[in-house]
Design a protein around this ligand. Structure first.
Ligand code: BGC
Length: 902
């Protein structure tokens, strides 16, 4: 033993004697957010991660301390709640202390006991701050500049600006603004915009729930004179544009309104609340038109300089009107907000003539552009945004404007209109609109000089943290993954959408197909929890859901069968699998039940053809009854599993029986038991049966062989639509055909994901056929499952239903031929999971990371498997067994591993 090792051992020994743990607790989150403000949750959830120098570390118990004093909490002595020592190794933990007070900052800390009986130190405290919590907490009135009684106010095009001055007489210790809005808003204090959120608050079913947002405005409010300014946008609340979904006739429609409470605490402990009331003033300004759907029009000549600062002369401004609150539920917006996540300079600009320019941003995004330009007063600039060019290189919107039904030419599609003030450089960026685009054609009504720098694009979406990464030696694969992410994020705006241009609708089917793609790569729980609250708001008493959510009422008539609206079951189930958190499933339990009961009552045979089927297929169409009944089966099964988790034995039995009945009905009608063929043996039919577990035990191999044959006959290319894309690659790779799955996934000729990339795609499309006449949005996530498949079919990373939240990770990597290097990593609740492989001649080097306080079950095939050049049994963290089919199954404790597989 050399000296350093000797010393180290002594240190470790002494540490051990003192019971000092080598575990540190970090990444503390409350409600899946970092130190959130404005939480209304009565029983917030806490999560944390452990780091440890030592492999194999796990938590056997934890204790939480919650209180209002940071120092006390840091020492484990929180005055609000000290939990018992909870013998559990799983997160999240739930607050079980005395009722939380509104408007209060609580610090919290946690310590954990490791499997060697040592306690960690109390973690660095994190905090959460409660919001309004109870309706009686609101002090302000809902105000606006118009109301629903004068039929005209909803037609008024100008956005209303509001202002209020007040004096803060003493030094300020802290200040919070709570703002609830029907429509959209920007909040200003003393001339500066508060926060960096965009398109706040998130879209909800406005007549059932409205969200409010909390800001720490301590730094913005000064001792002395202050001014608050608010500008309101229409959003989905006062939809003035006319399209086939009739959002202009939404039952909630009204002139936008808001309610604002600003709580000020002075240094001397006294408090004051500034509220919305009749003392506020209102006026129009430069924002002369705004539509979330189409665009925004801005007349810089009408700017009111200093309108949100003190000392502005508002004599010409008008009184405000009191308004009814839009709904009875005004709840906290506790999710990652929409933000500008990337600034994208123009890649090219083509001057077409002295009044026309074409900007190319090099990639397709959802977002906005900002123009900065100087020109003559009154110059009218139009900025048309689109995804593609026509044959002569001019902007072409024909793939995205076909559902728009304008009544005149005053509201052109995806076209901002900007009128210059003539006073130096003018600047404009829409506040209350976003678009889907790669190109912008700018026209001016008189000659102007423009260069590439005049226009900048911003990628916008719900700013969910990245939680996964894929990288490989295949460039097309890498590009597909990037394009899939771009499409996923382009369609995440507080609710998942189908596309950011033509519709911006919360299409349910698209979203459940993309749920794993979303959750492997992004920490999306907060957005989905909000969206499932929208589901609960929308559900009819009889269980029916609309096909788009939120909805104005459209979608109860079309497209809302189980193949689409099974979001109500599939999304909470996946959140449970990915986060190990059953709260959403619990909150949706009765809704899932009502939904399943409704289908059961309407289709007592177990078979239903309610739905849209395998939407936008390559060529073959599978029977709708087969796919819709499968989703009915999936829902009944999820419900049965949820019943079991929540200890509802009678429900568990009832819905297990129902699931069995549906499965039998499907198999009786569609499965040929002799041949193992479902229906006519199409890719969707065979793969849906395998993926969703319809196949009777013993027949899987036959069904899979038929699928493989079908795929080979289809020239190893896909022949699926929306529902089949979910299943085709998974069914192959999980049933003995990973190589074939890879061949299909890596095609670069039509029809394939690679074909899009080969044709310059930077996002996923709505149609396999890039020259199709219909359904040709260029930014759809509905065919997005391939991104999840990379994690599963190549990296082999799966959540384990028995130990959800990647508490135990299932690893079943496939070292496919034709790919030399592949790495998948996923940041799960316990930490970063890595599955990475590289071919070295005949040897595969396979690296794995299993985060502290979790474990993995690794399935490997190979004649000889070593780890770190040692026999497997020499590593005490590995327990090796043989599985039934000859694979080696390794139970891995937390740690880093390098396997060599021959
Ligand atoms: C949307 C789809 C959606 C479908 C339902 C389309 O217009 O863009 O993505 O799922 O309608 O049929």
């Amino acid at each position: 033993m050399n000296r350093t090792i000797l010393l180290l051992s002594i240190v470790l020994m002494l540490n051990g004697l003192q019971g000092k743990s080598q575990v540190t607790v970090n990444n503390l989150r409350c409600e899946y957010l970092d130190n959130p403000l404005g939480i209304d949750e009565a029983r917030p959830r806490f999560t944390w991660q452990l780091t440890s120098e030592k492999s194999g570390m796990s938590q056997t118990a934890y204790q939480l301390s919650v209180g209002r004093d940071q120092q006390e909490v840091a020492g484990g002595q929180g005055n609000s709640w000290k939990s018992d020592i909870v013998e559990s190794s799983v997160i999240p933990a739930v607050y079980e202390g005395p009722e939380l007070l509104p408007f209060t900052r609580y610090f919290w800390s946690v310590r954990v006991l490791n499997d060697e009986g040592q306690w960690s130190d109390w973690s660095q405290p994190a905090f959460f701050e409660t919001g309004i919590m109870y309706p009686s907490g609101w002090k302000g009135s809902w105000i606006s500049d118009g109301n629903g009684f004068d039929g005209n106010s909803i037609q008024v095009k100008q956005a209303p600006y509001f202002r209020k001055e007040f004096r803060a007489g003493k030094a300020i210790r802290s200040a919070r603004a709570y703002i609830a809005v029907a429509g959209l808003y920007e909040l200003y204090i003393n001339g500066e915009r508060v926060g960096d959120h965009r398109l706040d608050p998130m879209y909800t079913r406005y007549d059932r729930r409205n969200l409010y947002v909390t800001y720490d405005v301590t730094a913005q409010i000064k001792r002395g004179e202050n001014a608050i300014g608010v500008v309101l946008g229409n959003g989905w609340y006062n939809h003035q544009s006319t399209a086939v979904w009739f959002f202009d006739r939404a039952p909630w429609r009204n002139r936008p309104a808001f309610c604002l409470d600003v709580h000020i605490t002075y240094e001397d402990g006294s408090t004051e609340t500034i509220v919305t009331d009749k003392s506020w003033r209102t006026s129009f300004g430069p924002l002369v038109f705004n539509s979330i759907y189409t665009a925004e029009h801005y007349d810089a000549r009408l700017e009111n300089k200093g309108w949100s600062s003190p000392d502005f002369d508002d004599k010409q401004w008008k009184d405000v009107l009191n308004r009814a609150a839009p709904s009875r539920q005004i709840t906290a917006q506790a999710l990652h907000p929409i933000r500008h996540t990337q600034e994208i300079p123009a890649k090219e600009m083509k001057r077409i003539n002295d009044r026309t320019w074409l900007f190319d941003f090099g990639r397709n995004i959802a977002g906005v552009t900002r123009i900065k330009v100087a020109g003559e007063e009154g110059t009218v600039i139009r900025l048309e945004h689109g995804e593609r060019l026509d044959s002569i290189g001019r902007l072409d919107m024909s793939n995205i404007d076909q559902h728009y039904r304008p009544t005149d030419d005053s509201d052109p599609f995806q076209t901002d209109i900007f009128i210059l003030s003539g006073k130096g450089e003018d600047e404009f960026m829409p506040r209350f609109n976003y678009k889907g685009f790669q190109y912008v054609e700018v026209t001016s009504d008189r000659p102007l000089e423009l260069s590439k720098e005049n226009l900048t694009a911003y990628f916008m979406h719900s700013d969910v943290p990245a939680s996964g990464n894929i990288h490989s030696s295949n460039e097309t694969l890498n590009k597909i993954w990037q394009a899939g992410n771009a499409a996923y994020l382009s369609n995440l705006f507080g609710y998942p959408t189908d596309c950011p241009q033509r519709e911006k609708n919360g299409w349910t089917g698209d979203a459940h197909i993309a749920i794993e793609t979303g959750l492997y790569s992004f920490d999306g729980i907060t957005v989905y929890e909000k969206w499932l609250a929208d589901h609960r708001d929308e559900q009819q008493p009889n269980g029916v859901l609309p096909s788009i959510i939120p909805s104005n009422g459209w979608g109860y008539e079309w497209g809302n069968g189980p193949d689409w609206t099974s979001t109500i079951a599939i999304i909470p189930w996946n959140i449970y699998l990915f986060y190990g958190d059953s709260r959403l499933l619990e909150r949706c339990y009765d809704n899932i039940k009502r939904y399943v009961d409704h289908i059961d009552e309407s289709y007592p045979s177990g078979l239903t053809d309610w739905g849209l089927g395998d939407w936008v297929p390559v060529k073959s169409q599978s029977p709708k009854e087969f796919t819709s009944s499968t989703y009915f089966y999936v829902d009944a099964l999820i419900l049965a599993k949820a019943a079991k988790i929540f200890g509802k034995q009678a429900d568990f039995e009832k819905y297990s029986t129902l699931a069995g009945k549906i499965r039998k009905a499907i198999n009786d009608k569609y499965l040929n038991n002799e041949t193992g063929v479902y229906g006519s043996g199409l890719q969707t039919e065979q793969s849906v049966a395998l993926h969703w577990g319809l196949v009777p035990p013993g027949l899987e191999e036959k069904v899979a062989a038929n699928l493989a044959k079908r795929v080979e006959a289809d020239n190893r290319h896909i022949d699926v639509g929306l529902l089949g894309t979910k299943t085709i690659l998974n069914a192959l790779s999980e049933n003995g055909y990973p190589q074939l799955a890879w061949e299909v996934a890596s095609q670069e000729t039509y029809p394939s994901w690679g074909w899009w990339i080969a044709n310059g795609a930077t996002t996923f499309y709505e149609n396999w056929d890039i020259h199709a006449a219909n359904d040709i949005s260029m930014n759809h996530i509905m065919f997005g499952e391939i991104n999840a498949w990379y994690y599963k079919g190549l990296g082999g990373i799966f959540p384990d239903e028995e130990h959800p939240g990647f508490k135990r990770v299932i690893l079943k990597p496939n070292f496919v031929t034709g790919l030399d290097y592949f790495e998948a990593s996923h940041e799960g609740p316990y930490g970063r999971i890595v599955s990475s492989w590289k071919k070295k001649g005949k040897v595969v080097e396979y690296k794995v990371s299993v985060p502290a306080n979790s474990s993995a079950l690794l399935y490997l095939n190979g004649k000889r498997i070593t780890e770190n050049n040692r026999a497997l049994r020499e590593n005490p963290l590995i327990e090796a067994n043989q599985s039934g089919d000859g694979a080696t199954v390794l139970a891995l404790k937390a740690g880093e591993y390098v396997f060599e597989i021959r």
